[in-house]
Structures are given as C-alpha cells and as structure tokens.
Design a protein around this ligand. Structure first.
Ligand SMILES: Cc1cc2nc3c(=O)[nH]c(=O)nc-3n(C[C@H](O)[C@H](O)[C@H](O)COP(=O)(O)OP(=O)(O)OC[C@H]3O[C@@H](n4cnc5c(N)ncnc54)[C@H](O)[C@@H]3O)c2cc1C
Length: 587
C-alpha cells in the first residue's frame, strides 16, 4: 500500500510525535482527541525533559542515563528499548530546540539543565516550569503544517470507543463517538496508534487532567490486548491537596534546591519561618545523604508516609510536610520555576517564595499500560501504542523521563505502523465495521434506558477512594483482595445506574458512564496484579514482603481479559536484562 491511512488516537506529545513521523513518511493520518490537541494533558507537564547532553561537563553519558533509568525502575523494564530511548534523547532535545522550544539557557547561551530525582547529574532540560506546554505547542505547529497540506485530518471532540477487528482479529480501524452530536461511527485505517495518556481518574483525585481515565486502554484490554504491569502506580511525593483534584508541585522545585522538612517535635504549631534550623528535621537529607531531596519518587513518598504516619510529625497533625524554597534567591525562583509557584499561590493562597509550601504524596502516573513489543506493537495486529504502554519505566519512573518516552515512543510507533501498513493487503469488507458500530450503539442505548438507582458519579467517587486507600503507597494482601471483591460489587451496581441526562446532544453523562465501566474493569487488573506480586519493587510496596524477589518476580505482569468470566487472567514474562545485571537498589 503506497500511502497508508493511519489513525492516531490521542493528541498529546506521544500522539503528535507519531503523527509527525507518519506524515514525514508520506502516510495519511486521522487524529482523534477528546480535547483539542493543544489542551491534552501533556500541556500540564512542568519540570522538564531528560537527555544526557553533558553540557555542564559532569561526565554524564547516555549509558549513565540508561543505568539511572533501569536502576530507578528497580530492573523491571526491558533494557534494549530503554537504552535506545536514552541514546535518542540528546537528538530529541536538539530537534525541539530547532523547532523553537524556548528552553532556558545559561548566561553563555548554552541549553541549561537541572537535576531531577534519581540521578546525580544535571540532565533535565526545561522551559521555566511550563516545559510540557512549550513542547506540545511546538509539535502542534508541525502537525498544523501537515494538516494544511492535507496529510492530517483532526477529529477533536471525538472519543475512541473501540478497535474494529475483522474475523481474523486484525485491526481495520476504530469506532468513535462525536461528543457533541453523540453520533457513533467507524473509521477505516490500515493501522492505529493509541496514545491516550494516563489513568489517574481511576484513583479519583490525582495530579492528572480529568480526561485521563484509561478508558481507551481498558476498552482495548477487553478486546484482547494485553495490559502490562498494571500494579505499578506512581505516587508523587509533592502534590498539593485540593477539594476537586490534586495539583502537582513539580520535582523541579527540589531540583532547584527545595528542601523537605518537618518540625522535630510532635504538634509544633509555630509559624514555620520562626522554627530555628536545629529544630527542623530534614529527613530526606538525613536518610539519603547522597541524593538528599532528589531521591526517586517512590523512595521520597514512602519516607514522607513514614514521617507522617509512624513518627506522627505531619504539620498540624495533618498528612503534610514542608517543601521549602524560601532560602533561594527570588530572581532564580522567578526565572527557573515560573508557572509552578503561581499554581501554589493561586490554589493555596501563600507565596512559596516567602512561606514554606505544605505538600503531600498524590497519585500521579502509571508505569503500566498496554503491552507492546520493541516496535510499539500490541499483541493485536495493526494496533500500536505510544506512552500509554508499559515499556520504558519499569517499577518506578524517573522524573522528566516521561516527556522523552512520549516523543521517542511516538517516533518508534509511527514508522513501525507505517511499515506494517505498507506490507498489508487492503482489507476486504467483511462487515466488521457495521457490527462494531452496532455493538457500541447498543451499549449507549442500554445506558440510556437503564433506570436503576445508582449514580455513576457517586460510584466513581467510591472507586477513587477505594483505590487510593488500598492500591497506592502501601499494600496489604487482605486489603487489595477486598478491593477486588468490592470492584466486583461495583460492576454489579453499575448495571443498575441511572443517568441524570438522557438528551441526545452533548450528553457528558453517557460518555462518563462508559468511561466509568472501563475504569472499573481496569481497576481489577491493578488490584489483582498487586495482590499477586508478593514482593516490594519500586512503587509497589508490601510491608509483609519488604524485599525485591528477583527469583520469583523479575517478570512483567501481563493481564488479559477473559470475556466468559468477565475478569482478568494473568501471564508473566521474563524481563530482558541483557545489558545491566540487576543489583540491589540503594540510594
Ligand atoms: C502535573 C503533571 C506534571 C508532569 N510533569 C512532567 C515533567 O515535567 N516531565 C516529564 O517527563 N513528565 C511529566 N509528567 C508526565 C507527562 O506529562 C505525561 O506522562 C505525558 O504528558 C503523557 O503524554 P501523552 O501524550 O501520553 O498523553 P496526554 O498528553 O495525556 O494526551 C492524551 C491524549 O489522548 C486523548 N484521549 C484520551 N482518551 C481518549 C479517547 N478515548 N478517545 C480519543 N482521545 C482520547 C486526549 O484527548 C489527549 O489528546 C507530568 C504529569 C503530570 C500529571
């Protein structure tokens, strides 16, 4: 096929990176996104993007970046694709620089780099504290150029519902819903690439944007795609609790010298600025003298938990600790952390340049995702994925490694999908489009006519509280098993939901109910995976199994959906450790 048609679902950094590659190679793209692509969650990324360019002459190298990533991920990531990503990262920064991303520079005019968690090197390029926004806008401009040349057609405000699979289970396109007219339609393609971002909404409140439900990944899992390492959920040590959602206080605050502390005595209610140095406990610096405040996220998060719940030293008896920037020159803060300080000021009311911030760990990221091979292909022919897969971060993602994995994953997935499509014969019409459209329309009709007593939004709140309580920082088998049993009950209750809105135009309740069902199914993958993995590795921590167990668990968890039983089943796959032998992780 000379000019294949590829569908890319998701217009964040991963999706746009894939689109650019496909268009460069002469393919045509239909690009689907729930939100206008420029509003994709990537726009919220703050702190920066990693690449070992060694411009500060510290002896950094792409191998060191690779080693930090594998070690930081507690050896759960397959090593060859991570190595490829780290080797590509410096070139990606140069490309972004040429596209016009306004990266911060040193007084000599070189690109500036700062430290982030899990490394001793200044390896993170940044544009103030709005890096994601600058990158997204740069890629968006490239995509607009291809759009004006007729190579890309955007479907913004459309939600992916499912893949269209033919009788041989080869993907022939997608089924999507227009969120305004509620029209359900199928779109043919020679291959599709799924780049639908995070799954934070499964945990209710998270630092993710609210469209990060994981609904697309779950729909594909229910259609036969493997979902890998679902139990690895990243809780960020420094979020700002809010009534509606959590907001992130980026790792860049610690990268620029921010210090985490609590008053040494229980119940100390003094103004933090009046507490003398010797009465403050800088517990991260004391426990981890080499990395200090920049230990990886899983390590910092557990340390904060310990200080709050075991030492009872949370500020004002609440689950909060101080993140202090007040010792840093205001000019530096304004130049390097522009964006995030204002977020704190806006939502909390205090100026972090003057008053230590109050922060606490919050759900942030999932290392798990669609299972893919080294070419970003899922186990269903014709379905590829970028960044919402599991490939690059193992058991714990290092800060600022996601923006690079988004772009790299897209750069691999785009050409791989093109190559696959070029080798495909065109699909004969076997009615698979019609039958998939009808299946999805029936789901909508079923929801519209359901007249039970369950409120989907209330169910979602319960889901979030349940998952946050039992499937985040500390896991006990009894609790995760009870969580799964509760999820089964909630799926049953879902069958009796009642939609508050039955209109046929822009009905957000129908769309939400569909997402909720998919979130419930994916939550079972997380809970059951967590229950099974009897060890502690990276972000997965079980006090009853406190050590990493390479003998039994140096394995990727691969969940697949058993339609007859309506629940997950699991396979396990050895991790490719061909380049760096596993060693004990100590910071
Ligand atoms: C607050 C915050 C700050 C962060 N800062 C950093 C940082 O400094 N450095 C770093 O490396 N990482 C950072 N991260 C992580 C990083 O931002 C994300 O992992 C990354 O942006 C994800 O990009 P993406 O392209 O995969 O997804 P997204 O940017 O979330 O895009 C997903 C796209 O999929 C679309 N979509 C979703 N579902 C559907 C559907 N069913 N149908 C159609 N379209 C759909 C959405 O509309 C959107 O266009 C941060 C994360 C958070 C939460």
């Amino acid at each position: 096929m000379a000019n294949p048609k590829i569908i890319v679902v998701g217009g964040g950094l991963a999706g746009l990176a894939a689109v650019i590659k496909i268009a460069e190679m002469g393919g045509e793209v239909d690009l689907f996104s729930i939100v206008p692509v420029k509003r994709s969650h990537s726009v919220c990324a703050q702190g920066g993007i990693n690449a070992a360019k060694n411009l500060k002459g510290e002896g950094d190298s792409t191998w060191q970046h690779f080693d930090d990533t594998i070690y930081g991920g507690d050896f759960l990531a397959n090593q060859p694709p991570v190595k490829n990503m780290c080797e590509a990262a410096p070139g990606i920064i140069d490309l972004l620089d040429r596209m016009g991303v306004p990266f911060n520079r040193t007084p000599e005019g070189l690109l500036d780099f700062r430290r982030f968690g899990g490394t001793l090197f200044n390896r993170t390029a940044f544009a103030g504290a709005t890096t994601g926004q600058q990158l997204l806008y740069a890629l968006d401009e490239q995509v607009r150029r291809y759009e004006s040349e007729g190579k890309v057609t955007k479907f913004e405000g459309w939600e992916f519902l499912s893949a269209v699979l033919d009788s041989k289970r080869i993907c022939r396109g997608i089924c999507a819903m227009d969120l305004r007219s509620m029209e359900v339609r199928t779109f043919p393609a020679d291959a599709i690439i799924i780049c639908t971002g995070g799954i934070g909404a499964i945990f209710g409140k998270s630092t993710n944007s609210v469209v990060c439900t994981g609904s697309a990944q779950s729909a594909l899992y229910q259609q036969g795609c493997y979902y890998a390492n679902g139990e690895f959920i990243q809780v960020h040590p420094t979020s700002i609790p809010g009534e509606d959602k959590l907001r992130l206080m980026s790792e860049s605050a610690r990268g620029e010298g921010g210090r985490v502390w609590v008053p040494k005595s229980v119940g100390d209610k003094r103004d933090p600025k009046s507490i003398p140095e010797k009465e403050r406990w800088y517990f991260l610096e004391e426990w981890y003298p080499k990395y200090g405040n920049l230990v990886p996220r899983d390590v910092a998060t557990r340390a904060i938990h310990k200080v709050v719940y075991e030492n009872n030293l949370g500020i004002d008896g609440k689950p909060m600790v101080y993140l202090d920037l007040t010792h840093i020159d205001r000019k530096i803060l304004d130049r390097k952390l522009e964006g995030i300080l204002e977020i704190y000021e806006k939502f909390v009311g205090d100026d972090p340049r003057e008053v230590p911030m109050k922060i606490f760990p919050g759900m942030h990221y999932t290392m798990g995702g669609l299972w893919v091979d080294y070419k970003q292909s899922t186990n269903i022919a014709g379905i590829y994925s970028g960044e919402c897969e599991y490939q690059y971060h193992g058991a714990n993602r290092l800060g600022a490694n996601s923006l690079v994995s988004c772009i790299w994953g897209g750069f691999v997935a785009g050409p791989a999908a093109m190559q696959y499509a070029r080798n495909q014969k065109s699909a004969g019409s076997n009615g698979c489009h019609d039958s998939e459209r009808k299946r999805q329309q029936e789901i909508n009709a079923g929801l519209m006519s359901s007249d039970g007593a369950e409120n989907p939004f209330k169910l979602w709140r319960e889901l979030g509280e349940l998952m946050t309580r039992n499937c985040t920082v500390i896991r006990y088998n009894k609790n995760v098993r009870e969580t799964d049993a509760k999820l089964v009950e909630m799926l049953e209750r879902f069958r009796h939901i009642n939609l508050s809105d039955r209109s046929q135009w822009a009905n957000t309740t129908v769309a939400f109910a569909r997402q909720l069902y998919n979130m419930l199914q994916l939550a079972r993958v997380i809970a059951q995976g967590a229950a099974m993995r009897d060890e502690s590795r990276g972000a997965h921590y079980k006090p009853d199994f406190p050590d990493r167990d390479d003998k039994n668990w140096l394995k990727t968890t691969k969940a697949y959906f058993a339609p007859d039983a309506d629940e997950p089943r699991f396979d396990f796959e050895p991790v490719d450790i061909s380049l760096i032998p596993p060693r004990t992780r100590k910071y």
